[in-house]
Design a protein around this ligand. Structure first.
Ligand SMILES: [Zn+2]
Length: 192
């Protein structure tokens, strides 16, 4: 009887050791709780290629220009894509989500921040000529839904109306004004 129990205990212990070995072979130790446990935001793509809609009606993927790394005034980097289009062209949601903030800023003009389901990604639309009537914070929007029109509000040239579109990776608890920019261009131009 005692030998039988000892054998069972040995088996259990062996199983535990095997588990520990397997877990360690995986390369990633089980994360401690706390902020360091979070993987870098850049580790995950913002969306699978081809799952975003180009957020300006009628614009084809081959018309897009990668302006993500362009320099801007006062040492800033663009961190977004500019999509040129005539004033008044519909701006549509690149991805579904919830309108978190409608904000008028000196640089961005009329802007919209839409957080995607799950909260990890924020889509940002700037220089809008106007919002679509009735657009409100807390409202859910479907992918492709019209949210406003292309314009040049903020620091955009009146001669060059365009949509300034950005994607931000959001850490847990980050607000609409935070996040880490990722380049929308390869996601919008993917597969073309
Ligand atoms: Zn821009």
């Amino acid at each position: 009887m005692i030998r039988k129990i000892a054998a069972i205990l040995l088996l259990l212990a062996g199983g535990y050791v095997a588990w520990v070995v397997i877990l360690n072979l995986g390369g990633t130790p089980s994360p401690p709780s706390g902020r360091q446990a979070r993987a870098p935001a850049s580790a995950a793509p913002p969306a699978a290629p081809g799952t975003l809609v180009i957020p300006v009606a009628g614009v084809r993927p081959d018309q897009l220009v990668d302006t993500f790394a362009d320099a801007r005034s006062e040492g800033r980097v663009h961190d977004a894509i500019d999509i040129m289009a005539p004033r008044g062209t519909p701006v549509i949601a690149a991805a579904a989500g919830t309108v978190e903030k409608l904000f008028d800023s000196k640089l961005g003009g009329h802007t919209v921040y839409i957080r995607r389901p799950g909260g990890q990604w924020m889509d940002y639309y700037a220089h809008l000529d106007d919002y679509v009537p009735g657009l409100a914070e807390g409202q859910r929007v479907q992918q492709g839904a019209m949210i406003g029109t292309v314009g040049s509000t903020g620091n955009a040239s009146p001669d060059g109306p365009h949509l300034h579109y950005a994607i931000n990776a959001m850490a847990p608890g980050e607000g609409w004004w935070q996040g880490k920019p990722v380049n929308p261009y390869p996601l919008l131009a993917a597969g073309h």
